[in-house]
Write a new protein. Structure first.
Length: 423
């Protein structure tokens, strides 16, 4: 009985965190779209650029806090799942470094060095989003604690044995059978982020992977953060049969090394790139992408008047025709009466009729084939499963930018890959 109480308390906490994250993501969505619209006005005076940079920094901090809280809730509930798809490790690492270059430049004396082993130029099987999350967190921490000198991103790979845990999971049916093209074997991928910052004592290093703790109160006051980033990263690393290690000395800096085991696809660029399932690669091969969306008819369903106004403005500026509905019942009537919509963008939490019930009626009762995209502030796996059950094929997690929303629409119209998630 005490165990059940503990489980119920843990679930209640996870549900509460999910609810709070959802409530924060809604106004955050409006802030993100408003910032985008302000930029599109083109009034880029020095004062505007300075204020816009501050706004973007604040948005990223808010998103980071919300994502950390939600990830921690998933970890505690035992439902943090990793995606397994082919991805280009070398391109992913360069993309991360490119994203940090402007931030490094703003610190003047700090340089970012790349030491990428040529053997990383191949396709691996894993979760590129979560791997990006870990490396970005390590680089972000290095930047916070390095005022001068350099930061380096180094990567190497070497063959390794099949993880014992993988064999056990496969035998128990928790892992899928090996794909026929996964004949590149298992490789140990080591990613090191080294900085010339303050460094840490052994006592401080022991606190690094404890939830909600930072190395000192001064760190929190000066640099912010939830104290959850490294805890979450370590949990993700363990999902790839790996770990995160740290070496540090006061006055000389710190080195964080991510070691994970990944399966490699068949070696050879010609074959590897054909196997990539990243829809952005497909989009890059398309001509006249703007024409693809022009005059497409979108139904946007949301009870938030501010979000409706901003989403409508954003979509119409890119040549789409937009109708709006303020609850699920109205959406059902509009979708059924005309059957003219190419995509429905559906909020899930609404009065009168929620997005789940509206989607079930549209897809299962009215038998309409129009793709439905869930625009939601909740990123938990249970909600995604519920969406798929009622016929919602795609997910756009708030806050989403105009670019993300349009890329998802393009992906749907080009290849219709069910289950696509943008967050």
């Amino acid at each position: 009985q005490s165990q059940k109480k503990a489980e119920d308390a843990s679930k209640a906490k996870s549900d509460f965190v999910s609810f709070i994250c959802h409530e924060i993501r809604n106004p955050l969505q409006s802030i993100v779209l408003t910032a985008s619209e302000m930029w599109q006005l083109g009034i880029h005076t020095p004062e505007f650029l300075s204020l816009h940079n501050v706004l973007q920094d604040c948005i990223q901090m808010m998103i980071s806090v919300v994502n950390d809280a939600l990830d921690m809730a998933k970890i505690e509930a035992g439902c943090l799942e990793l995606e397994l798809v082919p991805f280009d490790l070398y391109k992913t690492l360069n993309s991360i470094a490119n994203a940090f270059e402007p931030l490094v430049t703003r610190k003047n004396l700090v340089t970012l060095e790349r030491k990428l082993d040529v053997s990383t130029k191949r396709i691996f099987y894993g979760d590129p989003t979560r791997i990006r999350q870990i490396i970005s967190n390590l680089l972000s921490n290095a930047m916070k604690f390095t005022e001068s000198g350099s930061i380096s991103l180094a990567v190497s790979v070497e063959p390794c044995e099949v993880p014992e845990e993988y064999t056990k999971e496969k035998l128990s049916g928790k892992k899928p059978g090996e794909e026929s093209h996964l004949d590149g074997g298992w490789l140990m991928v080591s990613v090191s982020v080294c900085d010339s910052g303050y460094g840490m004592t052994k006592e401080q290093q022991e606190l690094l992977f404890n939830p909600f703790q930072q190395t000192s109160k001064d760190d929190y006051r000066k640099r912010g953060g939830t104290g959850l980033g490294l805890v979450i990263c370590k949990s993700i690393a363990s999902g790839f049969y790996g770990d995160i290690k740290v070496k540090s000395e006061i006055g000389t800096g710190s080195t964080f090394t991510l070691c994970i085991k990944l399966q490699a696809l068949e070696f050879g660029d010609e074959v590897d790139y054909r196997l990539l399932s990243n829809h952005r690669e497909k989009l890059s091969c398309q001509k006249d992408q703007e024409d693809l969306l022009k005059d497409k008819h979108i139904l946007v369903v949301d009870d938030n008047a501010v979000n409706l106004k901003l989403v409508r403005r954003m979509l119409e500026k890119h040549g789409l025709k937009v109708d709006i509905a303020i609850h699920g019942k109205q959406a059902c009537e509009m979708a059924t009466s005309s059957n003219k919509y190419d995509i429905i963008l559906m909020d899930l939490e609404m009065p009168v009729m929620n997005g789940f019930e509206a989607s079930r009626i549209i897809k299962n009762e009215r038998k309409l084939s129009v793709p439905i995209v869930a625009l939601t502030g909740n990123a938990l796996d249970e909600e995604r499963e519920q969406c798929l059950e009622v016929g919602i094929e795609y997910f756009c997690i708030k806050p989403c930018t105009a670019k993300h929303c349009l890329e998802l629409f393009e992906s749907i119209l080009i290849d219709g890959e069910v289950g696509k998630i943008y967050e």
